[in-house]
Design a protein around this ligand. Structure first.
Ligand SMILES: *[C@@H]1O[C@H](CO)[C@@H](O)[C@H](O)[C@H]1NC(C)=O
Ligand SMILES: *[C@@H]1O[C@H](CO)[C@@H](O)[C@H](O)[C@H]1NC(C)=O
Ligand SMILES: *[C@@H]1O[C@H](CO)[C@@H](O)[C@H](O)[C@H]1NC(C)=O
Ligand SMILES: *[C@@H]1O[C@H](CO)[C@@H](O)[C@H](O)[C@H]1NC(C)=O
Ligand SMILES: *[C@@H]1O[C@H](CO)[C@@H](O)[C@H](O)[C@H]1NC(C)=O
Ligand SMILES: *[C@@H]1O[C@H](CO)[C@@H](O)[C@H](O)[C@H]1NC(C)=O
Ligand SMILES: *[C@@H]1O[C@H](CO)[C@@H](O)[C@H](O)[C@H]1NC(C)=O
Length: 524
């Protein structure tokens, strides 16, 4: 309130249908100061995510992959990533488990060297006359073994994207048709089972849906291929108590195409329908930050989540929705935007928004590689979004609560039941750089609990170093987050705040608030 630049607002929590109170009660205390409120409906969850909602991707891009004159992938391909790097291992282990989706554009150009048929296993090389500018590549089985050894040690849940272009022939309409030749894929799956490697899901194809990116396949044919993949998995995993998930199409949402895929794979050939999100435009775009800080722009993606949710709920399918790959800005992102503090605004807002539409898992492009890695491409040191992802993973439970913020549209608010703990976790994102807000937690129900042992809450305030939103260094409660000299991921320590105190949301900041005294029936 001082200096004209600060504004204090009161936010009340509305608590519906508690044990003690029948009907809605909005408990805005303090009276009068502000009109803004966070209203959390704790009566029932509006959506339920997977236990492990946070997911990240590994890609195939070789070091020669360049965009706009910059080659941002280095040695981060699944074919050459240094699996002995201790920070990489620690970063994945910190989630125990982290979901990892393995795939990307070149997945539909890779053969698995299962020795059948015999042909030389050659890596990708540049060929500008081929799709995506690269030749066919090959995954040697010894490398697949190393990867699986790493995944096991790191405790990762693996989703592997299979090559869906084998056997295709050009159709008159420009799409690719003909049934999927699954021979090579089936050999890889069989090899994987024989070796005892656990795979959480097998995904068919990358960005071949709708109008496609490098190529496209009609939904009718795709559905037939999904059914084929399901039966291959049922055969190979016969007798196994838990079978891996079948996912598809790992492409951009197209309502007509997705509707047809759902219709033709119902009721249960497809376990997960996956879609990709690059809603900010190309990495070279000069207006990425403006878009990220524009709440109307951020809201634009809700239409896609909403449409997909409706297709699934009316489609007679057991399939659920995942975001299978999302990097925000395509063609490898933008250095000092998609790998800096400001990108946590986009990323955490996406996690929050997608989960309200019953998205079960959200895979970030990428764990490492390009300009949008959670980890630095060369040093593997975590970028700000790594810590944002880890906090989400540790604090946000499965049950999603309807959360309305009635103040400035520059504030984004999401809440879930707390993860493995009492109460709820609230996520507040302030996209504004010039206003500090004080948030009072003042429900009647909360008040009644204040006299119990749980009279404090835990707050995690995330800000950019030196207030520079392009910084690649993030502060938690004012302290720099960084690995130590042995490459250990730091503890993420909250500050404890008395329930009677307001939550202060600084300009350009993000706050996770674990509120154990918010007694939501949805969370019991
Ligand atoms: C949030 O706002 C929507 C639309 O205005 C309303 O239907 C809903 O009941 C509100 N939810 C809560 C928890 O206030
Ligand atoms: C991989 O990382 C390990 C541990 O940091 C290092 O000793 C080794 O030299 C690296 N290997 C390559 C090929 O860079
Ligand atoms: C590049 O790809 C084209 C089209 O597939 C092929 O004809 C040509 O031989 C390739 N060039 C090299 C150097 O491999
Ligand atoms: C499918 O691909 C395999 C090689 O992986 C080949 O041997 C086989 O002939 C192909 N099948 C058909 C029907 O084209
Ligand atoms: C689903 O497919 C059936 C035929 O298999 C068709 O009659 C129906 O119109 C389709 N529904 C949608 C929503 O496409
Ligand atoms: C990775 O970290 C190094 C050392 O801090 C830094 O110079 C470089 O810009 C970072 N790379 C990316 C892509 O962020
Ligand atoms: C705060 O910043 C926004 C843009 O982020 C601007 O529109 C607004 O006028 C600023 N308000 C004040 C009080 O400076």
């Amino acid at each position: 309130m001082g200096g004209g630049a600060l504004l204090a607002q009161l936010l009340g929590f509305c608590f519906w249908g508690s044990l003690w109170l029948a009907g809605p009660v909005a408990a805005y205390s303090g009276g009068g100061l502000g009109k803004a409120a966070v209203v959390v409906d704790g009566a029932a969850a509006i959506a339920v995510t997977d236990e492990n909602f946070v997911c990240a991707t590994l890609d195939w891009w070789p070091p020669e992959k360049c965009d706009y004159g910059t080659c941002s992938w280095g040695l981060t391909s699944m074919l050459n990533l240094n699996l002995s790097n201790p920070i990489l291992l620690n970063a994945v282990q910190a989630f125990s488990p982290l979901k990892l989706r393995l795939g990307g554009s070149l997945q539909d150009k890779i053969v698995y060297d299962t020795g059948n048929p015999q042909q030389p296993c050659v890596p990708f090389h540049i060929n500008t006359s081929e799709m995506f500018g690269f030749s066919q590549g090959c995954l040697p089985m010894p490398r697949w073994d190393e990867l699986n050894e790493f995944f096991k040690k790191a405790g990762a849940l693996i989703i592997f994207g299979l090559n869906a272009l084998n056997g295709r022939v050009p159709e008159n309409d420009g799409s690719l048709g003909g049934p999927w030749n699954f021979t090579n894929a089936a050999c890889l799956i069989q090899y994987t089972v024989n070796k005892g490697y656990t795979i959480h899901g097998w995904e068919l194809g990358n960005e071949l849906s709708g109008s496609g990116v490098g190529a496209r396949i009609g939904a009718d044919q795709y559905a037939a291929d999904v059914i084929t993949l399901k039966s291959i998995i049922n055969d190979i995993y016969q007798g196994c108590p838990v079978k891996p998930l079948v996912l598809a199409p790992g492409g951009f949402f197209d309502a007509g195409w997705f509707t047809e895929l759902v219709n033709k794979t119902k009721p249960n050939s497809l376990d997960v329908i996956t879609h990709h999100i690059y809603n900010l435009g190309p990495g070279v775009d000069q207006h990425l930050v403006e878009k990220i800080l524009d709440p109307t722009y951020l809201d634009g993606e809700a239409a896609t989540f909403n449409s997909l949710q409706r297709i699934l709920s009316s489609g007679g399918t057991s399939a659920t929705a995942w975001v299978g790959e999302a990097g925000g800005a395509y063609n490898s992102g933008h250095h000092l935007v998609t790998d800096s503090f400001v990108f946590s605004f986009w990323y955490l807002d996406q996690l929050g928004m997608s989960s309200t539409y019953d998205t079960k898992t959200y895979c970030r492009q990428s764990l490492v590689g390009g300009n949008y890695g959670l980890l630095n491409t060369t040093t593997f040191h975590p970028n700000p979004d790594y810590y944002s992802a880890l906090l989400w993973h540790r604090l946000m439970g499965r049950h999603v609560l309807r959360t309305n913020f009635t103040g400035s549209s520059m504030t984004r608010a999401y809440s879930h039941c707390a993860k493995e703990s009492k109460g709820i976790t609230l996520l507040l994102i302030n996209l504004s750089g010039n206003t500090t807000t004080e948030v009072f937690v003042t429900t009647k129900t909360a008040y009644s609990a204040l006299k119990t042992a749980e009279s404090t809450r835990e707050e995690f305030h995330l800000t950019a170093k030196d207030g520079d939103i392009h910084s690649q260094t993030m502060l938690l409660n004012g302290h720099i987050l960084a690995v130590d000299s042995d490459g250990h991921i730091p503890e993420l320590e909250p500050v404890k705040v008395a329930a009677s105190e307001p939550i202060t949301v600084d300009p350009f900041s993000i706050v996770f608030v674990h509120i154990p005294y918010f007694h939501a029936p949805a969370c019991w």
